[in-house]
Design a protein around this ligand. Sequence first.
Ligand code: GZL
Length: 314
Amino acid sequence: MSGKKSYIRLLFIAVFTLLFSFKAFAITVGFAQIGAESSWRTAETQSIKEEAQKRGYTLKFSDAQQKQENQIKAIRSFIAQGVDAIILAPVVETGWERVLREAKKAKIPVILVDRGIAVDDDSLYYTKVASDFIFEGRLAGSWLAQALHGQGKVVELQGSTGASAAIDRQKGFKEVVDLFPKLNIIATQNGEFTRTKGKEVMEAFLKAHGNNIDAVYAHNDDMALGAIQAIKDFGMVPGEDIKLISVDAVKGAFEAMIDGDLNATVECNPLLGPLAFDQVELALAGKEAPKWVVQDDLIHLRENAKETVASRKY
Ligand code: GZL
């Protein structure tokens, strides 16, 4: 090979190597987040942002203010910008087929975090990193059944309508409660996963059922904290007159358990950043992944909240 040809070949290899290493460094991920409705959600956002920074990825972040149409717009924008992967926390289960087909056509892998979607074609997303909400509901139901000795009247604060977390936490809880003929859910209503709405709905429950209520099941801690305030305002003692079980295990829930107001909370770990980006890297490497990477959960009780709180990471 002439000297000139080998020089051009070397130049090509050098340029290609430089471009490839730059491309690897400038991996861009779009994150379509639901909003900031709860302290759990804020912790999740922080975990994903911190992990992107730690791994040297460029993160494009969108807060949908609880609206699916804003998440769909964000996904379309990420596709137009040519991101390498998309992380989506789907606010509701349905209505994703069309935009996910657009992402698939653009060969951009979509990793679901924290909630699931109902689609016939599961090739529309790479994988889901989330807790098992039915397990969480069953755990909450089992704890409450033993706390009430199998009988009593329960009111339920549901998470936002259509969210897989709300649908499945209700399903798992009801499976257990239905095993006890004298344990009944006398009222159930959407509290939107927020403290404000949780308080408002609990006020209505107390107005309608007063001291007939033996327990509250809240699909997240923020609604339980609102309910605790409503119970105190009504003149009853939360944690004693009315037992409370919720889900998430955020810091505020530990503080409420230490105060005696909350009886138990089922953990739903929001620190999904590391797992989410592990899946991004598998997807970009063209590797297979299970369709569901399950986040492990457990339960925390008022009795041991004091010694547990110090070790909490969110
Ligand atoms: C659960 C998540 C739920 C939390 C709530 O993965 O989707 O949404 O339990 C949050 O606190 O609002």
